[in-house]
Design a protein. Structure first.
Length: 526
């Protein structure tokens, strides 16, 4: 890694070589990778929480999705300008942009957090959902009775397989991403059209026309607080759109295709989510399976058939998510090792011996072992997937705070005399402001109200917002969810500091400034 004579950022030679030889991802491939990692299994189940928060009120449910979509789209659009600033590494993505626009110390912190926390946790969580999707194909009631130990073992096997394939057949995985992205439109289309048609023919189930009568669970009354409560959960559905930044070095014309792919993917994902929600509102339920239970209520055989079909497509969908997430993660890890921001980077480099992505594979393996111990053991003991789901929700919430900071920084960058050079786009300032303010609000609301105020009022209430497939006798209470939330807050702060302390203790010749040190003059950019 180095700088040219004018102290401008440049990528290291081996990354440049990889960039020239592997730059084969075009706009469609980029869109497929983003949608592949963004549109996953959550949309099939997570609306249960949104429906409950809004008491089954159609306006509140749609309002929650539309508000979140506007915030997420504004953030995505703002990144159209952000991604054009030059970074040290071709594949550094979010961390590299953060360093250039916010500052060295903040950027270095994100460089540590992104591989060790975001991808480190997210890959394992997606693998858990991948494993559950496999087991789910054999359980027609969609409540998996297999013990979490077996789910965890299959998940770890899935990570190992995808990570290994990235080393040897990455081009094949990109093609798989395109195929799975297309295939995941099939179950979404089935939910959309089945729900809308059924709701039109049987208005007694339609929340638009018979809100109070359509369900024995909901009263149909509009609840503004419930709409706000849904925003953090829905924001989860729009995450991972920046994964393409970690593959920039392997793209054709990244300055053009990255911004365009981000916006196109966000628009497509948002429209799909809202249409699926419309289909579910028309039937009066937030679960994809429940939609078909209503549609085929006349035949148990048809119900079973569609349960199997949807289960298979859900597996294909989460297969695509894990594929895209592993693809982005291993490159993020590789970039972090290349820039030597992670403790033990020099040791990992020796093990990797210069082979493209092998450094990332090694660090991925280390993080997965760590989080299997920290998150996997309590999950196995309690036999629940709620911890994995809850922790992933926290990570999404925290990183949307990071995205908001970067959107705000792009506005400041417009008026700074020493700002990094970017390709300016129309409407950046007002749109970035909407995205930043919206994200900060959702982040603050989730932290202050949902995991402080609301839980303090009813600490022993059943906390049912977390969890996906797994059936068990364990019931998480609100105070437990709060405990995990603040444990993750602590980890978010401690991990970057611990990383720097380990570097200071183990590498006396380390030539980069740590997060509490001033950036060295020799590498200060102009």
């Amino acid at each position: 890694m180095g700088f040219n004579k004018k102290n401008k950022y440049t990528a290291s030679s081996d990354i440049n070589v990889s960039r020239k030889t592997a730059a084969k991802i075009g706009l469609f491939g980029a869109v497929s990778i983003i949608i592949g990692s963004t549109v996953g299994v959550g949309i099939f189940f997570k609306n249960n929480t949104v429906f409950a928060n809004n008491h089954g009120n159609a306006a509140g449910i749609l309002g929650s999705w539309i508000i979140t979509f506007i915030i997420a789209l504004a953030v995505a659009y703002s990144f159209g300008e952000i991604v054009t600033c030059k970074t040290k590494s071709a594949n550094s993505g979010l961390a590299g942009w953060f360093e250039r626009l916010v500052g060295y110390r903040a950027g270095r912190t994100v460089k540590i957090m992104l591989p060790l926390l975001y991808y480190g946790i997210y890959v394992l969580v997606d693998a858990i959902f991948f494993s559950e999707a496999i087991f789910n194909c054999f359980y027609l009631d969609n409540q998996i009775d297999a013990h979490m130990i077996y789910i965890l073992l299959v998940a770890l096997a899935g990570i190992f397989i995808f990570a290994t394939l990235n080393l040897f057949v990455s081009n094949f995985l990109r093609k798989c991403s395109s195929v799975t992205t297309i295939l995941k439109f099939i179950p979404l289309a089935l939910v959309i059209f089945s729900g809308i048609i059924f709701g039109s023919l049987h208005s007694e189930h339609n929340l638009f026309t018979h809100a109070a009568e359509a369900s024995s669970t909901y009263d149909g009354k509009f609840n503004f607080a419930g709409m706000l409560d849904s925003l953090p959960a829905i924001l989860f559905a729009f995450d991972s759109f920046l994964i393409i930044g970690n593959i920039a070095g392997e793209m054709k014309d990244p300055n053009k295709n990255i911004p365009l792919s981000i916006v196109v993917s966000m628009v497509v994902s948002g429209i799909l989510y809202i249409l699926v929600t419309l289909g579910q509102i028309c039937v009066g339920c937030g679960s994809a399976y429940a939609v078909f239970d209503y549609v085929f209520s006349f035949s148990d055989e048809w119900k079973k058939t569609f349960h199997i079909i949807i289960s298979i497509f859900i597996f294909i969908s989460i297969f695509g998510v894990l594929n895209s997430m592993t693809m982005g993660a291993i490159r993020s890890f590789d970039s972090a090792i290349e820039e030597e921001v992670i403790a033990g980077s020099k040791w990992i480099k020796k093990l990797g011996n210069g082979k493209f992505l092998l450094n990332g594979f090694i660090l991925l393996t280390i993080t997965q072992i760590f989080y299997t111990i920290v998150l996997g053991i309590p999950s196995v003991v309690m036999n629940t997937d709620q911890i994995f789901d809850g922790v992933s929700n926290f990570i999404v919430l925290a990183f949307f705070g990071v995205y908001a900071t970067l959107s705000a920084a792009s506005i400041v960058n417009r008026y700074s005399l020493k700002a990094p050079e970017v390709v300016k786009q129309k409407g950046q300032v007002p749109v970035a402001a909407i995205g930043a303010i919206g994200c900060f609000f959702v982040f603050a609301y989730g932290m202050i109200w949902q995991f402080c105020g609301a839980i303090a009022i009813k600490p022993t209430a059943a906390f049912e917002a977390w969890g996906l497939f797994h059936a068990n006798s364990f019931t998480m209470e609100a105070w437990m969810a709060c405990m995990w939330f603040w444990i993750m807050c602590g980890i978010l702060i401690i991990v970057p500091i611990l990383n720097e302390l380990l570097i200071k203790l183990t590498d006396k010749n380390y030539n980069q400034a740590l997060i509490w040190e001033k950036q060295k003059e020799s590498v200060v950019r102009k």
